[in-house]
Design a protein around this ligand. Sequence first.
Ligand code: GH3
Ligand code: MG
Ligand code: MG
Ligand code: MG
Length: 312
Amino acid sequence: QTKPIDLISLVNRLDRLTNRVPEAPYRVLIVDDQRAVATYHAAVLEQAGMRVRTEMNPLQVMAVLDEFSPDVIVSDVYMPSCSGIELAAVLRQQEVFDHIPIVFLSGEQDVDKQISALGFGADDFIVKPIVPERFVSAISARAQRARTLSAVMTHDGLTGLLNHKNIKAGVDKEFSRGLRGSSPVVIALIDIDHFKSVNDTHGHPTGDRVLRGLAHLMRQRLRSTDYIGRYGGEEFLVVLPDTTLEAAEKVLNQLREAFACLLYQGEQGEFSATFSAGVAQTCNYPDSGSTIKAADEALYAAKEGGRNQVRV
Ligand code: GH3
Ligand code: MG
Ligand code: MG
Ligand code: MG
């Protein structure tokens, strides 16, 4: 007789084989006016390795979302101060929270009422009581899909870096942090030199490999607290918090030298590429837009100055 397959150990073994980094625990916000109910469901999810926050007052949910940023919201339907349905309707009107899945968890048995509740923007209706294992699998499936979707929405498909919209959001965030704190924030614009001729000479797919090569190098060389984004076609934007202008210039020059050493196999043989960069410190400018503009002007000077260089 054959032994049944142990799925968990099989998955663990596959993860080790593929070097997959285990995902950060799913974050779930449970909204229920009854503490005991919230605590029970929280315990079930926590036992399965998820991180859970409970909130008994639906009117507090907005504040919690900002700070806890859950992958999934599990909400009761009937609550005295504000119903789960009203909560869902309000969240669906806010662009920042619009994508977070909402799962109703209620004792409501009437299918028509369940369906009309879903019409207000929730994603699923789970009827209590539910077997703990099924609750866990329903929520983790939602969380997993929400993570995938949000990664697709915020990242560039070719390089895996932050997309234009989100790297700009990163600049805004660090700009205001720079205003409050005393630590310097530097942004840099990086543009690959003569990239049009790389494409023309070696083909567009080879050009794509160069873009991915630079993205990979930046992820390797920069810190996990830095923001790295694809700002446009062959233009990248990085935000370096807690970095002085001098330090940023040094880091970018190291990156520039490392990039110039990479060799690619193209249609006309082996070649390498270079980039130019412009650097600006946020504290010298009134807003994030003018900081980016200053970095762009420095980048222009680097191009004019002969390319393959970093300018402040
Ligand atoms: P410079 O040194 O002045 O920056 O010259 P350049 O040729 O790099 O600049 P230009 O703006 O003339 O050309 C940019 C090229 O980047 C043109 C465009 O076809 C190419 N490009 C933009 N996005 C992609 C992409 O996703 N993949 C590939 N392979 N090429 C791209
Ligand atoms: Mg209730
Ligand atoms: Mg270019
Ligand atoms: Mg360009």
